[in-house]
Design a binder for this molecule. Structure first.
Ligand code: KG4
Ligand code: ZN
Length: 344
């Protein structure tokens, strides 16, 4: 089975060709970082316009790099939510156009399911049940993944997603965009305990996350000590970034470990853009090994948004449930449901 996977949920235009469930023949990602950098965040209108310009060349490149023609494709898998609706519509319309003209089946994939699936692409037989943490610029969600790959939501961000907090903090410090990699770089060698940032905990004992308090604490620190905005104050900025980064990761780690214990999970999956963070990988690996729990991360090329993870999720979904029809719509707040079949 050859699957063409398309993702345009946010600010990356991506198309990939997958053979079977795991063999990536191509995975093209056209990043819009240069478009959004000057705004320090994604501008939805610019994102959809840029997707429009990129979608056909990106799909063409994915087919070329896989040495296949459109007629060789057996299935078209496309993200239909969650995400920016104007962005989603570009990928979805392209996918529908291909399916309409070629008669190929269409399958709409939940973007979060795609991130989760990136674990299975990199590690075919992970230990289950698992606690899956999807941590990106738009989402921070904990799910219980069981045999058969059903997913039950255990917790999610009530305000900013973790990646969003990295992006906003980077913007405030004038470090650039996207924030995650530049904050990670700026924090290197800094003291994690220099600032007393504490991970937010929910008074109702839920496994939800909150990152806006942490972000505001950094903003307050800068307001109280404006010299932190001076790039020459390297050491003080390093300490601030290291303290912020560790507080954010500690919050992700704490809730994940709590979920793991409550659910008696045998492993932890961490996926999404923030899972590229080296400190996060180090601390999760260490904590999980102390608890005899396996931890899995996607291969580096699969952490941020990409078409291969959508193709991989699409193949499995198609095998279980068959195709969608061409009336499939984009749903910006699409939820992951129990049975793995995505509905608004
Ligand atoms: O999964 P993704 O590419 O797109 C969404 O679905 O949102 O994630 C992008 C997010 C951005 O917020 C970016 O700052 C963050 O992932 N990110 C990181 C790192 N690399 C990317 N956050 C922390 N550390 C990193 N190394
Ligand atoms: Zn994503």
């Amino acid at each position: 089975m050859i699957t063409l996977g398309i993702d345009t949920s946010c600010d990356d235009t991506s198309a990939a060709v997958l053979h079977g469930e795991r063999e990536i023949l191509s995975n093209i990602v056209s990043s819009q970082d240069d478009v959004h950098r000057r705004y320090g965040g994604v501008v939805p209108e610019l994102a959809s316009r840029s997707h429009l310009q990129q979608i056909i060349p990106v799909i063409r490149q994915a087919l070329e790099q896989a040495y296949i023609k459109l007629s060789d494709v057996d299935l078209v898998a496309v993200t239909c939510g969650p995400g920016l609706v104007g962005s989603l519509l570009v990928g979805l319309s392209a996918a529908k156009g291909i399916c309409f003209t070629t008669g190929k089946p269409l399958v709409g994939v939940n973007h979060l399911r795609g991130h989760m699936e990136s674990i299975f692409v990199s590690h075919p037989k992970p230990r289950l049940p698992a606690i899956s943490l999807v941590v990106s610029g738009g989402h921070t969600e904990l799910h219980l993944v069981s045999v058969g790959q059903s997913a039950r939501t255990l917790g999610r961000a009530r305000d900013d997603a973790a990646g969003e907090a990295f992006d906003k903090v980077a913007k405030r410090l004038g470090l650039g965009y996207p924030g995650g990699p530049v904050v990670e770089q700026a924090a290197r060698g800094g003291r994690e305990d220099a600032w007393p940032f504490r991970p937010a905990s929910m008074s109702d004992g839920s496994l939800d996350f909150s990152f806006s308090g942490l972000k505001s604490a950094v903003v307050r620190a800068v307001a109280e000590k404006p010299s932190l905005l001076d790039p020459a104050e390297e050491e003080a900025r390093r300490d601030l970034m290291a303290s912020f980064q560790w507080a954010a990761i500690r919050s992700l780690l704490r809730n994940t470990l709590m979920a793991c214990k409550e659910q008696n999970a045998r492993s932890v999956f961490v996926s999404g853009g923030v899972s590229a963070n080296s400190l996060l990988r180090e601390r999760f690996t260490q904590a999980c090994s102390e608890r005899n729990v396996e931890v899995y991360f996607p291969d580096r090329g699969l952490t941020s948004d990409n078409g291969a993870m959508i193709a991989a999720a699409g193949v499995k979904q198609f095998t279980r449930k068959g195709p969608h029809d061409l009336s499939l719509d984009a749903v910006s707040k699409l939820k992951l449901t129990n049975d793995g079949w995505e509905r608004p």
